[in-house]
Design a protein around this ligand. Sequence first.
Ligand code: IPM
Ligand code: SF4
Length: 468
Amino acid sequence: MTGKTLYDKIWDAHLAHEAEDGTCLLYIDRHLVHEVTSPQAFEGLRMAGRDVHAPDKTIAVPDHNVPTTEGRDDPKNMTEDSAIQVAALDKNAKDFGIHYYPVSDVRQGIVHIVGPEQGWTLPGMTVVCGDSHTATHGAFGALAHGIGTSEVEHVLATQTLIQKKSKNMKVEITGKLAPGVTAKDITLTVIGRTGTAGGTGYVIEYMGEAIRSLSMEGRMTVCNMAIEGGARAGIIAPDETTFEYCKGRPHAPKGAQWEAAMAWWKTLYSDDDAHWDEVITIRGEDIAPVVTWGTSPEDVLPITADVPAPENFTGGKVDAAKRSLDYMGLTAGTPLSQIEIDTVFIGSCTNGRIEDLRAAAEILKGKKIKDGLRAMIVPGSGLVRAQAEEEGLADIFKEAGFEWRLAGCSMCLAMNPDQLSPGERCAATSNRNFEGRQGRGGRTHLMSPAMAAAAAITGRLTDVRELM
Ligand SMILES: CC(C)[C@H](C(=O)O)[C@@H](O)C(=O)O
Ligand code: SF4
């Protein structure tokens, strides 16, 4: 018998039923909920006269629609649609008795940052959320799936999810990262290699020395973007770094329960003789600080490269590249490091954690952002914000000329007041550069927090290594 992958192990431990056609019912340990994909699901429960099956395993927080400026609990500061969604979550959380972090709570923030921070996300769990970036939680060695609204209703009602087993892909990042290269560069480089469809049908396990050396924050950044590579989930085996992060979190097990949990968590790794359907290996030393130039996360190149020419691609990608360059207002052959920007956004569930803010502060310390630039730092949670203030990072940002905001999804997507205007160009630490993602006509270049900080200083896409 061959061994099992980490994905196989968690899958087997949660399998409640398997039908003849391979359709399975998985038990769900944690259900995270935000205001965008839950209103209809709760409405469905109401209409059917059902309760939430496991309210103690269901955690809700508003994040996508909330403004990130003071006075945001006043519905007048939101669009009507946003105010309706946030009010619905307030009411649903109360009516159904689930855990809730309203905007007035210091623990409020982006759902994928709040879950781990509060110890809701733990190794070996199945975690779902009506949000594609649920993949983030895989960093803990949890099986974390983004689901749709009808599935949200199904999980609320039954605490199970209907799934088919995915295939296993191993992405190994060997060796060490060079200075200036971060988790964001790893995850973008992987997508550059596999393409946005390369992970389709797979759960990706990230491994190798370079992954092992990452903090939990970095591992979350890597797994967060598994979905942008098309994968059903991303996962990293838990180790001492994971256990250390989890220990003492408000909802992590304590005492004898901690010991019992550790006994299971220590079995959570892929066996040496496990079967992999696909293996990708990248040398950590070969990864450079990267930026995206187009309108797909796979449109990624080292900052030292030039804007590519459509003719350099093949098949459908030729037209896609033409369209991307047109939308992005770029000309083939321009050095990426000469592209001027109008805005810098540091935040999101990809890069809105304390380590991300520390990395940005390291570059910004004692410096000023380029005149006329709009720049904002949006911590991923109220607790990240408080920690950054305590560490003096907020002062560095404010002195440099950044706006220091309240927690939320903010300029990662145009569902709240933080948006780009048509034609505005942004250095962003988020995960999607689709057309209109940050506002109609807005142009997004994805990169790491250190790279975004460097761009803020020079006013153009910049190789962070020049400022180190
Ligand atoms: C609004 C939500 C459903 C969406 C997602 O699923 O990812 C959002 O978080 C995003 O990043 O585009
Ligand atoms: S920060 Fe961006 S990617 Fe993350 S959940 Fe919010 S909108 Fe989605």
